[in-house]
Write a protein that binds this ligand. Structure first.
Ligand code: SF4
Length: 288
């Protein structure tokens, strides 16, 4: 029996995967197939609310493209065929969520720092086309720190051609608060410039996580400054299709970080809508 035949008769389940993991996402109202481009858990930000467990080291340090694409193919087939919902982890999925929504590039660090970012995006897009999954979105979840690099821009263009969506993190209105929350040497202005430039090419989704820090929610002045940064992006010709306002849902990196109440998240959504005119949506502390 050839290896291929063996493989067909006993398909791997996603539990043995090293780079690709299906999750039920209430935010996307379906299954999101995550692709982890940072198995080494290294990130160029050090967010105080980060939910990546860095207390243990991962056994997988490097991305192996062939293995990753192979895992993605198996997982997409499981989700698209519905076989996934026979698995104990997915058996309780409500009927309306039994659909494959997207491939999400995120993982345990910043995906655009991966040196072959454009190549891996291309390989995944080609696979999606080959499987006839044109309606499945490709979502990049990013801190926008590398958009000025040419290989990242090429990757974004491939996403644009393949039902892609870019979810860019922006959760501060001032450089001071940005430093406090995101703890990176990359200047706030670089992030704003990157988001502004990328939003001129395709509409972006903004992901904004707000939280309590030492018991204190973000100040009204900080939230207003955040809205003003959004307005500056749109006034300069950038397109923002949605502002997702959310809060901490799992154990954060720092113990002095805690979630906002649902009412506090709602108040930020109302402020964003009133002050910027942009569509905004709330995701509460219990959302996945
Ligand atoms: S950018 Fe994302 S992965 Fe990196 S530290 Fe922040 S929350 Fe964690």
């Amino acid at each position: 029996m050839s290896l291929t035949t063996l493989h067909t008769q006993h398909p791997r389940t996603f539990e043995e995967n090293r780079f690709v993991y299906p999750v039920l996402s209430r935010r996307s109202e379906g299954v999101s197939v995550g692709v982890n481009l940072n198995p080494d858990k290294v990130c160029n930000f050090d967010c105080i609310y980060c939910q990546v467990d860095r207390t243990s080291q991962s056994e997988t340090r490097f991305v192996e493209t062939a293995q990753l694409v192979d895992e993605l193919e198996e997982t997409l087939k499981l989700a698209a065929s519905g076989e996934l919902f026979e698995h104990p982890k997915f058996r309780d999925t409500p009927p309306q969520f039994r659909r494959l929504n997207d491939i999400a590039f995120s993982g345990d660090g910043e995906p655009t720092t991966y040196k072959n970012f454009d190549e891996i995006i291309r390989a995944c897009a080609e696979l999606k086309q080959r499987l006839g999954l044109n309606a499945v979105k490709m979502v990049l979840i990013t801190n926008a720190s590398m958009f000025h690099r040419s290989h990242v821009q090429r990757g974004l263009e491939i996403l644009d051609q393949n039902n892609g969506e870019v979810w860019a993190k922006l959760e501060a209105g001032t450089a001071e608060y940005f430093k406090l929350v995101d703890r990176t040497p990359i200047p706030f202005q670089q992030i704003l410039d990157n988001i502004g430039s990328a939003a001129k090419v395709r509409p972006l989704v903004i992901q904004a996580l707000f939280m309590r820090i030492n018991g204190q929610p973000p100040s009204q002045a900080e939230l207003e400054a955040f809205c003003d940064r959004l307005s500056e992006i749109t006034a300069a010709g950038g397109k923002l299709k949605l502002v997702q306002v959310y809060t901490v849902a799992r154990r954060p990196a720092e113990s002095y970080v805690a979630p906002l109440s649902d009412a506090e998240v709602d108040a930020i959504v109302a402020l964003v809508t009133d002050r910027t005119g942009l569509p905004a949506k709330a995701y509460y502390g219990t959302a996945s």
